[in-house]
Write a protein that binds this ligand. Sequence first.
Ligand SMILES: Nc1ncnc2c1ncn2[C@@H]1O[C@H](COP(=O)(O)OP(=O)(O)OP(=O)(O)O)[C@@H](O)[C@H]1O
Length: 299
Amino acid sequence: MNTPAAVVADGLGKRYRAKWALHECTFSVPAGRVCGLVGANGAGKTTLLRMLAGLSRPTAGRAAVAGTAPADDPAFLAEVGFLAQEIPLYRRWSAEDHLRMGAHLNPRWDDAAGRQRLRSLRIPLGQRVGTLSGGQRAQVGLALALAKHPRVLLLDEPVAALDPLARRDFLSTLAEAVAEHGITVMLSSHLVADLERVCDHLVVLADGRTVLADDLDDVLLGHRLLTSTRRDIAALEREHTVLRVERTARQVSVWVRLNGPLHDPGWEQSELSLEEIMLAYLGMSSVGPDESVLREVPA
Ligand SMILES: Nc1ncnc2c1ncn2[C@@H]1O[C@H](COP(=O)(O)OP(=O)(O)OP(=O)(O)O)[C@@H](O)[C@H]1O
């Protein structure tokens, strides 16, 4: 049985003046998944998340989040939690003040869970959030977003500025909430090890386009490093998606997404880690592998 999609982008695009920040972006995230959103700086992650959160209108295409088109209206905003990169909190207010405002504004507010989450992390509820550490502020932002009981939670690089311990705490809180409430999460990050820990689905953007959208297990199964003494990769390119090529005098190495079985026994196959797969995608443009760039990568 197919799980219904909680987040859908269909030809979604955003143009700023002449430049497309996001172009023909198409993917769907099944309900209950934690989806990592990956892309180089400027790939369009924030642009995408802001459109999904109803904070910015698409120039082209359509999106559906929790079954509806994102919009800046109370019914939609009740279903969706969004934590922006800069953790938007009132610096002069305490966590307690934010909790009270949340209870006032949100119909499904779970005040007890929000407080419990912050107390268990020993975050002082009465202290101005401007005087909390970056990690504590991120946890306050997450606790507030979760207390809304959203069906979909969108997080824009929430752990980027946190130390490893604070990142672990943040991601544990997130994983517990997902297990408890079955919410769908879309989380942008450059930290592949973190994504591997919490995500079971991936969307990768390059130059504002979707270059990969799949379950994490299928991503790991479907990518291989192929090596051979031959030089010609034309036959390989006809059947599979070549991400990266490195040539030495004696050997060619090809990072590939397999679109079916590999028939040619002349290639030696080895598995790729998620980090290696992501690096291959981040190094390619949306139109194909760039060997001149790839040659700079040490073997
Ligand atoms: N308000 C804006 N006006 C003009 N251009 C914009 C605007 N917002 C984003 N862009 C451009 O759109 C592109 C995508 O930006 P975006 O912030 O979505 O990337 P990102 O993947 O989130 O990057 P990062 O990893 O650095 O946060 C960039 O080229 C950026 O300069």
